[in-house]
Design a protein around this ligand. Structure first.
Ligand code: G
Ligand code: G
Ligand code: MN
Ligand code: NA
Length: 253
Protein backbone atom coordinates (compact mmCIF):
# COMPACT_ATOMS: atom_id res chain seq x y z
CA UNK A 1 0.00 0.00 0.00
CA UNK A 2 2.95 2.32 0.69
CA UNK A 3 4.20 1.58 -2.82
CA UNK A 4 0.76 2.25 -4.31
CA UNK A 5 0.38 5.59 -2.51
CA UNK A 6 3.87 6.70 -3.46
CA UNK A 7 3.26 5.55 -7.05
CA UNK A 8 0.18 7.80 -7.27
CA UNK A 9 2.31 10.86 -6.59
CA UNK A 10 5.37 9.77 -8.55
CA UNK A 11 4.55 11.51 -11.84
CA UNK A 12 3.71 14.89 -10.34
CA UNK A 13 6.78 14.64 -8.09
CA UNK A 14 9.01 13.99 -11.09
CA UNK A 15 10.30 10.69 -9.72
CA UNK A 16 10.45 8.72 -12.99
CA UNK A 17 13.32 8.72 -15.42
CA UNK A 18 14.29 6.58 -18.38
CA UNK A 19 17.35 4.52 -19.19
CA UNK A 20 18.06 3.40 -22.73
CA UNK A 21 19.59 0.06 -23.65
CA UNK A 22 21.32 -0.13 -27.06
CA UNK A 23 20.22 -2.74 -29.60
CA UNK A 24 22.98 -3.74 -32.00
CA UNK A 25 23.75 -5.23 -35.34
CA UNK A 26 25.56 -8.42 -34.27
CA UNK A 27 27.97 -8.36 -37.23
CA UNK A 28 29.67 -5.07 -36.30
CA UNK A 29 28.13 -3.96 -32.96
CA UNK A 30 26.69 -0.83 -34.60
CA UNK A 31 23.64 0.73 -32.98
CA UNK A 32 20.28 -0.16 -34.56
CA UNK A 33 17.98 1.15 -31.84
CA UNK A 34 17.33 1.71 -28.15
CA UNK A 35 14.91 0.16 -25.67
CA UNK A 36 13.44 2.63 -23.17
CA UNK A 37 13.27 1.22 -19.63
CA UNK A 38 11.50 3.27 -16.99
CA UNK A 39 13.11 3.81 -13.57
CA UNK A 40 11.50 5.09 -10.37
CA UNK A 41 13.48 6.98 -7.75
CA UNK A 42 11.31 7.55 -4.65
CA UNK A 43 12.50 9.46 -1.55
CA UNK A 44 11.13 6.80 0.83
CA UNK A 45 11.63 3.64 -1.19
CA UNK A 46 14.80 4.44 -3.11
CA UNK A 47 15.16 3.06 -6.63
CA UNK A 48 12.27 0.65 -7.26
CA UNK A 49 12.58 -1.81 -10.15
CA UNK A 50 9.86 -1.75 -12.82
CA UNK A 51 9.60 -5.52 -12.32
CA UNK A 52 8.16 -4.56 -8.91
CA UNK A 53 6.07 -1.46 -9.65
CA UNK A 54 4.74 -2.13 -13.18
CA UNK A 55 2.52 -5.03 -11.96
CA UNK A 56 1.14 -2.72 -9.22
CA UNK A 57 0.61 0.03 -11.79
CA UNK A 58 -1.29 -2.48 -13.96
CA UNK A 59 -3.54 -3.64 -11.09
CA UNK A 60 -4.36 -0.10 -9.97
CA UNK A 61 -4.80 1.39 -13.45
CA UNK A 62 -1.92 3.81 -12.85
CA UNK A 63 -0.20 2.17 -15.83
CA UNK A 64 -2.13 4.41 -18.22
CA UNK A 65 -0.69 7.63 -16.81
CA UNK A 66 2.76 6.13 -16.30
CA UNK A 67 2.72 4.61 -19.80
CA UNK A 68 1.78 7.96 -21.32
CA UNK A 69 4.49 9.65 -19.28
CA UNK A 70 7.06 7.23 -20.76
CA UNK A 71 5.83 7.76 -24.35
CA UNK A 72 5.95 11.53 -23.96
CA UNK A 73 9.39 11.44 -22.34
CA UNK A 74 10.83 9.25 -25.12
CA UNK A 75 9.44 11.38 -27.95
CA UNK A 76 10.59 14.55 -26.16
CA UNK A 77 14.07 13.00 -25.93
CA UNK A 78 14.05 12.23 -29.65
CA UNK A 79 12.99 15.83 -30.25
CA UNK A 80 15.90 17.08 -28.15
CA UNK A 81 18.38 14.92 -30.05
CA UNK A 82 16.88 15.95 -33.39
CA UNK A 83 17.11 19.64 -32.45
CA UNK A 84 20.73 19.18 -31.37
CA UNK A 85 21.67 17.56 -34.68
CA UNK A 86 22.23 14.03 -33.39
CA UNK A 87 21.44 11.16 -35.77
CA UNK A 88 18.30 9.51 -34.38
CA UNK A 89 18.05 5.87 -33.33
CA UNK A 90 14.70 4.12 -33.23
CA UNK A 91 13.41 3.89 -29.65
CA UNK A 92 11.10 1.15 -28.44
CA UNK A 93 8.78 1.47 -25.46
CA UNK A 94 7.28 -1.43 -23.48
CA UNK A 95 3.49 -1.26 -23.30
CA UNK A 96 1.01 -3.25 -21.22
CA UNK A 97 -2.31 -4.67 -22.40
CA UNK A 98 -4.15 -2.27 -20.07
CA UNK A 99 -2.88 0.67 -22.13
CA UNK A 100 -4.99 -0.56 -25.05
CA UNK A 101 -8.45 0.80 -24.43
CA UNK A 102 -10.68 2.77 -26.78
CA UNK A 103 -7.82 3.79 -29.00
CA UNK A 104 -6.34 6.11 -26.37
CA UNK A 105 -2.83 4.68 -26.81
CA UNK A 106 -2.91 5.14 -30.57
CA UNK A 107 -4.20 8.70 -30.27
CA UNK A 108 -1.63 9.56 -27.62
CA UNK A 109 1.30 8.23 -29.67
CA UNK A 110 0.05 10.11 -32.76
CA UNK A 111 -0.33 13.31 -30.73
CA UNK A 112 3.22 13.09 -29.33
CA UNK A 113 4.73 12.26 -32.73
CA UNK A 114 3.08 15.41 -34.10
CA UNK A 115 3.93 17.62 -31.12
CA UNK A 116 7.61 16.70 -31.26
CA UNK A 117 7.78 16.43 -35.06
CA UNK A 118 9.24 12.89 -35.04
CA UNK A 119 8.98 10.52 -38.03
CA UNK A 120 7.01 7.41 -36.90
CA UNK A 121 9.77 5.07 -38.08
CA UNK A 122 11.83 6.22 -35.07
CA UNK A 123 9.23 4.87 -32.66
CA UNK A 124 8.33 1.28 -31.77
CA UNK A 125 6.24 -0.48 -29.14
CA UNK A 126 7.14 -3.78 -27.47
CA UNK A 127 4.31 -6.00 -26.33
CA UNK A 128 4.89 -9.05 -24.14
CA UNK A 129 2.98 -11.98 -25.55
CA UNK A 130 2.31 -13.61 -22.18
CA UNK A 131 0.51 -10.46 -21.03
CA UNK A 132 -1.79 -10.07 -24.04
CA UNK A 133 -5.12 -11.87 -23.78
CA UNK A 134 -7.60 -9.82 -25.77
CA UNK A 135 -6.67 -10.02 -29.46
CA UNK A 136 -9.94 -8.43 -30.64
CA UNK A 137 -9.14 -5.36 -28.60
CA UNK A 138 -5.53 -4.91 -29.68
CA UNK A 139 -5.43 -6.03 -33.35
CA UNK A 140 -7.21 -2.93 -34.74
CA UNK A 141 -5.04 -0.64 -32.63
CA UNK A 142 -1.80 -2.36 -33.65
CA UNK A 143 -2.97 -2.13 -37.26
CA UNK A 144 -3.49 1.63 -36.88
CA UNK A 145 -0.01 2.03 -35.40
CA UNK A 146 1.54 -0.09 -38.13
CA UNK A 147 -0.24 1.93 -40.84
CA UNK A 148 1.06 5.09 -39.19
CA UNK A 149 4.61 3.71 -39.56
CA UNK A 150 5.21 2.83 -35.91
CA UNK A 151 7.12 -0.44 -35.32
CA UNK A 152 5.57 -3.40 -33.49
CA UNK A 153 7.83 -5.77 -31.61
CA UNK A 154 6.93 -8.95 -29.71
CA UNK A 155 8.84 -9.02 -26.45
CA UNK A 156 9.88 -12.16 -24.54
CA UNK A 157 9.04 -14.24 -27.61
CA UNK A 158 8.62 -17.92 -26.88
CA UNK A 159 7.39 -17.53 -23.31
CA UNK A 160 3.66 -17.09 -24.01
CA UNK A 161 0.97 -19.68 -24.58
CA UNK A 162 0.42 -18.99 -28.27
CA UNK A 163 3.57 -17.55 -29.76
CA UNK A 164 2.85 -18.72 -33.30
CA UNK A 165 -0.73 -17.51 -33.17
CA UNK A 166 0.67 -14.16 -32.12
CA UNK A 167 2.84 -13.71 -35.22
CA UNK A 168 0.08 -15.11 -37.38
CA UNK A 169 -2.59 -12.66 -36.21
CA UNK A 170 -0.74 -9.50 -35.24
CA UNK A 171 0.90 -6.99 -37.62
CA UNK A 172 4.35 -7.57 -36.16
CA UNK A 173 7.76 -6.61 -37.57
CA UNK A 174 10.18 -7.73 -34.85
CA UNK A 175 10.58 -10.81 -32.64
CA UNK A 176 12.62 -10.47 -29.47
CA UNK A 177 13.85 -13.86 -28.27
CA UNK A 178 13.45 -13.99 -24.50
CA UNK A 179 16.68 -13.90 -22.54
CA UNK A 180 15.86 -17.19 -20.80
CA UNK A 181 16.49 -18.92 -24.16
CA UNK A 182 19.82 -17.16 -24.68
CA UNK A 183 21.03 -18.25 -21.25
CA UNK A 184 20.95 -21.94 -22.20
CA UNK A 185 22.15 -21.44 -25.76
CA UNK A 186 25.54 -23.16 -25.35
CA UNK A 187 24.84 -25.56 -22.51
CA UNK A 188 21.57 -27.10 -23.60
CA UNK A 189 21.05 -28.71 -26.99
CA UNK A 190 17.27 -28.52 -26.87
CA UNK A 191 17.47 -24.85 -25.96
CA UNK A 192 19.90 -24.25 -28.82
CA UNK A 193 17.53 -25.91 -31.29
CA UNK A 194 14.62 -23.81 -30.03
CA UNK A 195 16.60 -20.61 -30.55
CA UNK A 196 17.65 -21.78 -34.02
CA UNK A 197 14.02 -22.54 -34.84
CA UNK A 198 12.79 -19.14 -33.64
CA UNK A 199 15.46 -17.39 -35.72
CA UNK A 200 14.48 -19.44 -38.79
CA UNK A 201 10.79 -18.64 -38.29
CA UNK A 202 11.55 -14.93 -37.99
CA UNK A 203 13.92 -14.87 -40.99
CA UNK A 204 11.47 -16.87 -43.14
CA UNK A 205 8.67 -14.44 -42.32
CA UNK A 206 10.99 -11.48 -42.99
CA UNK A 207 10.72 -10.29 -39.42
CA UNK A 208 13.62 -8.66 -37.62
CA UNK A 209 14.88 -11.06 -34.93
CA UNK A 210 16.51 -9.53 -31.84
CA UNK A 211 18.18 -11.77 -29.23
CA UNK A 212 17.81 -10.43 -25.69
CA UNK A 213 20.20 -10.81 -22.76
CA UNK A 214 23.45 -11.50 -24.66
CA UNK A 215 26.18 -11.55 -22.02
CA UNK A 216 29.13 -13.44 -23.53
CA UNK A 217 31.24 -13.51 -26.73
CA UNK A 218 30.39 -17.21 -27.05
CA UNK A 219 26.65 -16.48 -27.10
CA UNK A 220 27.25 -13.73 -29.67
CA UNK A 221 29.27 -16.07 -31.95
CA UNK A 222 26.65 -18.78 -31.73
CA UNK A 223 23.81 -16.35 -32.52
CA UNK A 224 25.68 -15.08 -35.61
CA UNK A 225 26.26 -18.72 -36.57
CA UNK A 226 22.50 -19.34 -36.28
CA UNK A 227 21.78 -16.35 -38.61
CA UNK A 228 20.51 -13.98 -35.95
CA UNK A 229 21.37 -10.43 -37.04
CA UNK A 230 20.40 -8.26 -34.07
CA UNK A 231 20.67 -8.30 -30.30
CA UNK A 232 20.97 -6.52 -27.00
CA UNK A 233 22.49 -7.38 -23.65
CA UNK A 234 25.17 -6.53 -21.13
CA UNK A 235 27.89 -7.68 -23.58
CA UNK A 236 27.14 -4.55 -25.62
CA UNK A 237 25.76 -2.25 -22.96
CA UNK A 238 23.62 -1.97 -19.85
CA UNK A 239 20.66 0.41 -19.98
CA UNK A 240 22.19 3.93 -19.84
CA UNK A 241 21.07 7.47 -19.01
CA UNK A 242 20.25 9.71 -21.99
CA UNK A 243 23.46 11.76 -21.75
CA UNK A 244 25.53 8.56 -21.97
CA UNK A 245 23.61 7.55 -25.10
CA UNK A 246 24.53 10.83 -26.80
CA UNK A 247 28.17 9.85 -27.04
CA UNK A 248 27.12 6.57 -28.71
CA UNK A 249 24.81 8.07 -31.32
CA UNK A 250 27.72 9.39 -33.40
CA UNK A 251 29.94 6.34 -33.24
CA UNK A 252 30.09 2.56 -32.90
CA UNK A 253 29.65 1.05 -29.42
O1 G B 1 14.47 -2.63 -16.85
P1 G B 1 14.41 -3.99 -16.32
O2 G B 1 15.41 -3.34 -16.22
O3 G B 1 14.51 -4.11 -14.83
O4 G B 1 12.83 -4.07 -16.54
C1 G B 1 12.06 -4.97 -15.82
C2 G B 1 10.73 -5.19 -16.51
O5 G B 1 9.98 -3.96 -16.57
C3 G B 1 10.86 -5.66 -17.95
O6 G B 1 9.94 -6.72 -18.14
C4 G B 1 10.47 -4.46 -18.78
O7 G B 1 9.85 -4.85 -19.98
C5 G B 1 9.49 -3.75 -17.86
N1 G B 1 9.44 -2.33 -18.17
C6 G B 1 10.46 -1.43 -18.17
N2 G B 1 10.03 -0.21 -18.54
C7 G B 1 8.69 -0.34 -18.80
C8 G B 1 7.67 0.58 -19.23
O8 G B 1 7.91 1.76 -19.50
N3 G B 1 6.40 0.07 -19.35
C9 G B 1 6.10 -1.23 -19.09
N4 G B 1 4.84 -1.63 -19.25
N5 G B 1 7.04 -2.11 -18.70
C10 G B 1 8.31 -1.68 -18.55
O1 G C 1 10.88 -7.93 -20.28
P1 G C 1 11.93 -7.18 -21.00
O2 G C 1 12.54 -8.02 -22.08
O3 G C 1 11.56 -5.83 -21.51
O4 G C 1 13.08 -6.98 -19.93
C1 G C 1 14.27 -6.33 -20.14
C2 G C 1 15.05 -6.52 -18.87
O5 G C 1 16.26 -7.24 -19.12
C3 G C 1 15.45 -5.23 -18.22
O6 G C 1 15.30 -5.44 -16.88
C4 G C 1 16.93 -5.12 -18.59
O7 G C 1 17.63 -4.33 -17.67
C5 G C 1 17.34 -6.58 -18.54
N1 G C 1 18.54 -6.92 -19.32
C6 G C 1 18.98 -6.35 -20.46
N2 G C 1 20.12 -6.96 -20.90
C7 G C 1 20.38 -7.95 -20.03
C8 G C 1 21.42 -8.94 -19.94
O8 G C 1 22.32 -9.04 -20.77
N3 G C 1 21.33 -9.81 -18.89
C9 G C 1 20.34 -9.74 -17.96
N4 G C 1 20.37 -10.62 -16.97
N5 G C 1 19.36 -8.82 -18.02
C10 G C 1 19.38 -7.94 -19.02
MN1 MN D 1 11.04 -5.09 -23.51
NA1 NA E 1 12.62 -7.20 -23.65
Amino acid sequence: LLIENELRRAISNGEFFINYQPKCNLADSSLIGLEALVRWNNPLLGIVSPAEFIPIAEETGLINDIGNWVINAVLYQLHQWQSSGYPLAKISVNVSQRQFKENELVDYIEKCLTTYNIEPQYFEIEITESLIADFDLIIPQLTSLKNMGVGISIDDFGTGYSSLNFINLLPVDTLKIDQSFIRGLLSNRKNNLLVKTIIDIGNNLQLKVVAEGIETEEQLKELINLNCHFGQGYLFSKPLAADKIESILFKKL
